[in-house]
Design a binder for this molecule. Structure first.
Ligand SMILES: C=CC1=C(C)c2cc3[nH]c(cc4nc(cc5[nH]c(cc1n2)c(C)c5CCC(=O)O)C(CCC(=O)O)=C4C)c(C)c3C=C
Ligand SMILES: [Fe+2]
Ligand SMILES: [Fe+2]
Length: 353
C-alpha cells in the first residue's frame, strides 16, 4: 500500500478556526488554453456530467474542448475585469471573505491577540484559487477546525456535493486531518429570504420604471438529476415561493424560471429565455429579473441574463428590462454569509459576538 503523504504542509493543528468560502469557479484568463483548462476541469467532474465516461469522454475531448473555449472565452472577455485580470465572481468572492473577516472579528494575521483566532479565506471549485490551495493556507496557519461554506443557497449534487467531494479528496491524503464542517444549503432560512427581499426592494426602488412582472431565474440542472433524487429543483421552488410572499406578490406577477442550459439533455424548466419571450408576447412591457440562486454575480448573471436574455425580451416587444444585482458583498449579502457562518461555528466559537 502506498504510504500516506507526510502532509503537503508540516502543520501543527491547534484549535484555531479556518473558514473557507467556496464558489463555483473561474478561468485564469479568457484565452483559448486558459478556457480549455478551466472547462476541462469543470466538465470532467462526475458530479457535473454524470454520463458514463466512455460516452462523455469522446464528446468532451473531441467536440466541446475544441469549440467551447473560443465561445466561452469571448463571453468571459465581455465581463472580464482587465485591471485586476480576473472575473467578477472571483472579485466578489474575495470581497465576501474580506468583509466576513471584519464582521466576525477574525484575524487575517494569526496570533494577533484576538480572543479566538479565526482565519477566513476563499476558493473556487474549478480554477484558482483552488480548494487545495485554500485548505493548505488554512492548515499552514494551524487551523485544526475548518468550516467549508459552499456559497450555494440551494443544494445540488453538481455544486454543493462537488465541493465536499473535492475537500474530502484533498484531506484523504493527509495524515493529520483537521476537524471538518460543511455548511448546509440555506434556501429557506429567514435570514436569507429577508435579505433577498430587502435587496430586491432596494433594487426595484432604484429603477426608472415599475415592472409589470418579476422573474426569479435560477441556474438549471438536467431533469435526470432531479429524477435521481437531487433536491435542487424543490429547493429553488421553496426559495421562490418564500421570496414571492416576502415581496407581497402573486404568482401572476412573479414567475420562476431556470437559465443556463448546457448540452442536449432535457433540463428543468420553464426556461428563462423562452419565458421572457412568452411574457413579452403576452403584453408584459417592463420586466425585472432576480437571480436568488447566485451568491455572486458571474458570467451567467451578467452576460447571459444581463445581456442575452435582455436582448430576447426587448426583441420580442418588451420596453424596459433590468437584471437586479445578486446579493454579492452588499450589506444584505454579508448578513446572510455572516449569519450562516456564525451559526455553523457554534460549539467551536468561545463567543459568538
Ligand atoms: C448556482 C448554481 C449552479 C448550478 C446548480 C450549476 C449547475 C451546472 N452548471 C453546468 C455547466 C456550466 N455552468 C457554467 C457557469 C456557471 N455555473 C454557475 C452556477 C451553477 N451551475 C456559475 C456561478 C457559473 C459562472 C462562473 C463564472 O466564472 O462566472 C459553465 C461555464 C460557462 C460556459 O462555458 O458557459 C458551464 C459549462 C452544468 C452542466 C450544471 C449541472 C449539471
Ligand atoms: Fe453552471
Ligand atoms: Fe450559460
Amino acid at each position: 500500500m502506498k504510504p500516506l503523504a507526510a502532509s503537503t504542509t508540516k502543520a501543527r493543528l491547534t484549535d484555531r478556526i479556518g473558514v473557507l468560502l467556496v464558489n463555483l469557479g473561474t478561468p485564469d484568463a479568457t484565452d483559448y488554453w486558459s478556457m480549455r483548462r478551466y472547462l476541462r476541469e469543470f466538465l470532467s467532474d462526475r458530479r457535473v456530467v454524470e454520463l458514463p465516461r466512455w460516452v462523455w469522454w469522446p464528446i468532451l475531448h473531441g467536440i466541446i474542448l475544441t469549440t467551447r473555449p473560443h465561445r466561452s472565452g469571448r463571453r468571459y472577455a465581455g465581463i472580464w475585469d482587465k485591471e485586476r485580470n480576473e472575473s467578477p465572481l472571483k472579485t466578489i468572492t474575495r470581497a465576501q471573505g474580506e468583509l466576513l473577516a471584519r464582521s466576525i472579528g477574525a484575524s487575517s494575521a494569526p496570533g494577533d491577540g484576538k480572543a479566538q483566532d479565526i482565519v477566513i479565506d476563499f476558493a473556487m471549485r474549478y480554477g484558482n484559487p483552488s480548494i487545495a490551495s485554500g485548505l493548505d493556507r488554512l492548515l499552514q496557519q494551524n487551523c485544526g477546525r475548518i468550516l467549508v461554506v459552499p456559497l450555494y443557497p440551494q443544494y445540488a449534487a453538481a455544486t454543493t456535493a462537488s465541493v465536499a467531494d473535492k475537500v474530502f479528496e484533498i484531506l484523504r491524503a493527509r495524515r493529520w486531518q483537521p476537524a471538518l464542517r460543511i455548511a448546509p444549503p440555506y434556501y429557506a432560512e429567514p435570514f436569507y429570504i429577508e435579505a433577498l427581499a430587502r435587496s430586491v426592494r432596494r433594487g426595484l426602488a432604484g429603477l426608472d420604471f415599475e415592472p409589470d412582472a418579476i422573474l426569479l431565474s435560477f441556474h438549471g440542472i438536467p431533469k435526470s438529476s432531479v429524477d435521481k433524487g437531487d433536491p435542487y429543483y424543490e429547493h429553488c421552488l421553496i426559495t421562490a415561493d418564500l421570496l414571492r410572499q416576502a415581496l407581497g406578490l402573486d404568482e401572476a406577477h412573479c414567475v420562476t424560471t431556470f437559465q443556463s442550459r448546457f448540452g442536449r439533455a432535457e433540463w428543468i424548466g420553464p426556461a428563462t429565455d423562452a419565458t421572457v419571450k412568452a411574457l413579452a408576447a403576452r403584453g408584459v412591457k417592463k420586466l425585472a429579473v432576480v437571480m436568488p440562486g447566485f451568491a455572486a454575480d458571474c458570467l451567467e448573471t451578467i452576460e447571459e441574463v444581463g445581456g442575452e436574455i435582455r436582448a430576447l425580451f426587448l426583441g420580442a416587444g418588451g420596453e424596459d428590462y433590468a437584471a437586479l444585482p445578486c446579493l454579492n458583498a452588499s450589506e444584505e449579502g454579508m448578513e446572510v454569509i455572516a449569519r450562516l457562518v456564525r451559526r455553523e461555528l457554534q460549539g467551536w466559537l468561545t463567543s459568538t459576538d
